[in-house]
Each structure stands twice: as structure tokens, then as C-alpha cells.
Write a protein that binds this ligand. Structure first.
Ligand SMILES: *Cc1c(COP(=O)(O)O)cnc(C)c1O
Length: 373
């Protein structure tokens, strides 16, 4: 058989990302390509910045989308803000906190790890303790919405602790942006990164980031060059702003940026507060259905993410065969457990365009019928 064009089925994506992408965003993706320095495209990039500022609730001038997935946004924050020898307090309550620690070590810095159990939020008391023991720590890094467990941490409180200790914050908002309140300016967060394919419901491959004035100052006062050329944000700045004289840094993923523009516009038109409420409402609906099927949640109610529902797999049920039955019989994807929760939990995402009544109903019906067999 000769290789033919790839025609994927229409799946319903209710895992930890990518999430469902709306037809409107897919349409934007297929519009004609223009040059990446075309004045019309540059105008669109300016709008993407404006729309991102709204999504992040910030006036930060440096608010752009990095041309690579969320992991690149993560790495960009670490390599730009950290210098070799710096001390960084890293909160670890799931997979992504561990990745932060890896980034700290690879940037030649020292990581002070604050551990919390998987499924629990980051403990502010433990972070305070860590600062007491390490008053020379320059940065506090934590994950706002831990996608591996479904736990939401108190970003505002953690940021206050960092400020009281003269430290900057690096915040993973990959899953939180657009799904739960995230207020970069009000909470005084310094370097925040996200991803296009979670609650923004865009195609994967872009990472929105925003840096505060304090973060920019730290970057500008570095005594060592940033080890990554591609992620050196001082070089990217000329491409994303450059005051009328934009210079080439790398070729922007033109059509993906059309898609991001469209998904951010949809968020703006819906209104952030409405989007947060929709995620919360759909979560309540899914939750009551899951509970009547006998499921229990991994995370306590107080710190449960609406957009990522981690539930224990019932005793005697085979993880992989249920997930493949959902995919084959219902075109429905849910997420497997990750790390410490592998084989023990499922992760049901209600992210962005996927946070809809139809999806909740389909998921509950599919789970019920599949478990009956
Ligand atoms: C998905 C995710 C990432 C990584 O994003 P990619 O786009 O997969 O590189 C980082 N942090 C969290 C919390 C995530 O959920």
C-alpha cells in the first residue's frame, strides 16, 4: 500500500491536553500563509500580544508566544532568570515540579526542593520554612495547576511569600490560563508561562509567556550570557516588538499564530470570568455524574482543578482496556495516570472548548456503558 494522506478521525479530547480545538480555530489555521515579516502579519502579532495581556491579566510589555510548546516556555523562564550558582526554591507536588527542578540543575543553579504529596497543593508554610532556612534564595518556582494530579495551588499567597523574601517567582500556568483565575499583575507574578493546547484550546506548539519589569531587570543585569540562543528572550524581543523595525530572529509558525489569535479572540469575546465559570460549571456537572457512578477524586475539594479531574480507577478494572474501549467505541480520549498515579487514576480534562455539556454527557455515558461490560 502506498502511503496516503493522513485523515484522522474526529476524536473528543478529554485528557490532559491537547484539548478539543473548535472548528473556528481550525479554520483560522488553514488560511493563506503570509510572510512572517509582512506588515499585516506584524499587525496580527501585536494583536496576539494584546490578547495575551488580557488572558494573563497583565500590563507587562513583555508578553508574547514562544514558538514551541509549553516545555519551551518553562525552559525559557528558567534559562533567562537563573544564573549559575543561584539558589532556587522549587515546589514539587507532581510531574511538572520535578521538571522545574531539572531545569534549575541544568541551568547550573542550586535547587532547594519543597515536597508535597501528589494530589495536594503546594504548602505555603513549607515554602516559608524553606525561605527561613535559605534566605539567599533568589527565585521561587511552582506549578499553579498541576496537570499530573489535578491540584490547584494558591499562587497569590506563594507570590507574597516570595516578595517578602526578596525573591522573584517563576510560575507554571500551562493548565491554569483560561481555566481558573490567574491574575499576573494583581498577584505580582514575575515569569509566567503557559501552553496553547490546554484551556486556550488552540493547536499545540506555542507557549505564551509574560515577564514582569522585575524579571526583565534581572535578565538585563545578568553577568553571564543565557546558555540557550533560541530561548534568549532579549534576542526575541526585537522580533516581537522592535518599534517598527522588526528584525528576523526565527521564522514564526505563521498559521499556528493565526490559530492562537482566533482562540484568544474567542476567549476575549466570551470574557475571562465567563470562561472560568463555564469550567467550574462543567466540572460540577461531571463531578456529580462521576460520583453517582461511584468514582472518588484524587484531590480534596478545596484545591481541585475544574479543568483536570483526577479520579481513582475502581478496584478490579483494567486501566488500559477501558481507555482503549473509550477511544475505539466512542472516539473519546481520557488521560492515563502519570508518575505516582500511573495505573491508579484517570485524568479527565475539561479544557477550553472541551468544557461543554455534550462532552460531559458523552464522557459519563461512555464510562458507564464501558464499565458495565
Ligand atoms: C502540559 C504541561 C506542560 C508542558 O507543556 P507542553 O506543551 O506539553 O510542552 C508543562 N506544565 C504543565 C503544568 C502542563 O500541564
Amino acid at each position: 500500500m502506498p502511503i496516503q494522506s493522513f485523515i484522522p478521525p474526529q476524536r473528543v479530547l478529554m485528557g490532559p491536553g491537547p484539548s478539543d480545538v473548535s472548528p473556528q480555530v481550525l479554520q483560522a489555521l488553514s488560511r493563506p500563509i503570509v510572510g512572517h515579516l509582512d506588515p499585516l502579519f506584524i499587525g496580527m502579532m501585536d494583536e496576539v500580544k494584546q490578547l495575551l495581556k488580557y488572558a494573563f491579566q497583565t500590563e507587562n510589555e513583555f508578553t508574547i508566544a514562544i514558538s514551541a510548546p509549553g516545555s519551551a516556555g518553562m525552559e525559557a523562564c528558567f534559562v533567562n532568570l537563573i544564573e549559575p550558582g543561584d539558589k532556587v526554591i522549587v515546589c514539587r507536588n507532581g510531574v511538572f515540579g520535578e521538571r522545574m527542578r531539572e531545569n534549575v540543575l541544568r541551568a547550573g543553579a542550586e535547587a532547594v526542593v519543597v515536597d508535597d504529596e501528589w494530589g495536594k497543593p503546594v504548602s505555603p508554610e513549607k515554602v516559608e520554612q524553606a525561605f527561613n532556612q535559605h534566605p539567599d534564595a533568589k527565585i521561587l518556582a511552582f506549578v499553579h495547576a498541576e496537570t499530573s494530579t489535578g491540584a490547584l495551588s494558591d499562587a497569590q499567597r506563594l507570590s507574597q511569600i516570595a516578595i517578602e523574601n526578596g525573591a522573584l517567582t517563576i510560575v507554571d500556568a500551562v493548565t491554569s490560563l483560561g481555566g481558573v483565575p490567574l491574575k499576573v499583575d494583581e498577584w505580582e507574578l514575575d515569569a509566567v508561562y503557559s501552553g496553547s493546547q490546554k484551556c486556550l484550546s488552540c493547536v499545540p506548539g506555542l507557549s505564551p509567556v509574560t515577564f514582569s519589569a522585575k524579571a526583565i531587570e534581572k535578565i538585563q543585569s545578568r553577568s553571564t550570557p543565557i546558555q540557550s540562543w533560541f530561548l534568549d528572550q532579549s534576542l526575541v524581543l526585537g522580533y516581537w516588538s522592535g518599534e517598527g523595525k522588526r528584525s528576523y530572529h526565527h521564522t514564526a509558525p505563521v498559521n499556528s499564530l493565526y490559530a492562537l489569535h482566533e482562540s484568544l479572540l474567542m476567549l476575549k469575546n466570551e470574557g475571562l470570568e465567563n470562561a472560568w465559570k463555564r469550567h467550574a460549571d462543567m466540572h460540577q456537572k461531571l463531578r456529580s455524574g462521576l460520583e453517582s457512578l461511584g468514582f472518588t477524586f484524587v484531590v480534596d475539594e478545596a484545591s481541585r482543578l475544574p479543568q483536570l479531574n483526577a479520579i481513582y480507577i475502581p478496584e478490579g478494572v483494567d486501566d488500559a482496556s477501558v481507555r482503549s474501549a473509550l477511544l475505539e467505541n466512542y472516539n473519546l480520549e481520557i488521560g492515563a495516570g502519570l508518575g505516582a498515579l500511573a495505573g491508579k487514576a484517570w485524568r479527565i480534562g475539561l479544557m477550553g472548548y472541551a468544557a461543554r455539556n455534550e462532552n460531559v454527557s458523552l464522557c459519563l455515558r461512555a464510562l458507564e456503558e464501558t464499565l458495565q461490560q
